[in-house]
Design a binder for this molecule. Structure first.
Ligand code: FES
Length: 73
């Protein structure tokens, strides 16, 4: 599904870029140009970044065998 229609960038492309290490809206803009034209995709880009970064933090916590505060008790 297209996230940024202006630059024809899909959610799969953004997911792959984030998984390969891009971690900010600025970096995604520099890589794909997303968000720089009409700006309508910026909210979705932030949502995708937040979801992916939350998953990374949870995975890091699991890898370190730590329990996130929200899952204690
Ligand atoms: S939809 Fe992304 S800049 Fe227009």
């Amino acid at each position: 599904m297209y996230v940024c229609v202006c630059k024809a960038v899909t959610d799969s492309q953004l997911d792959a870029a984030i998984e390969s290490g891009l971690c900010s809206r600025k970096q995604l803009f520099q890589c794909f140009g997303v968000g720089g034209d009409c700006g309508k995709c910026n909210r979705d880009i932030v949502r995708i970044l937040n979801q992916k970064n939350a998953c990374r933090l949870l995975q890091a916590a699991n890898d370190a065998q730590l329990t996130p505060k929200s899952q204690e008790n």
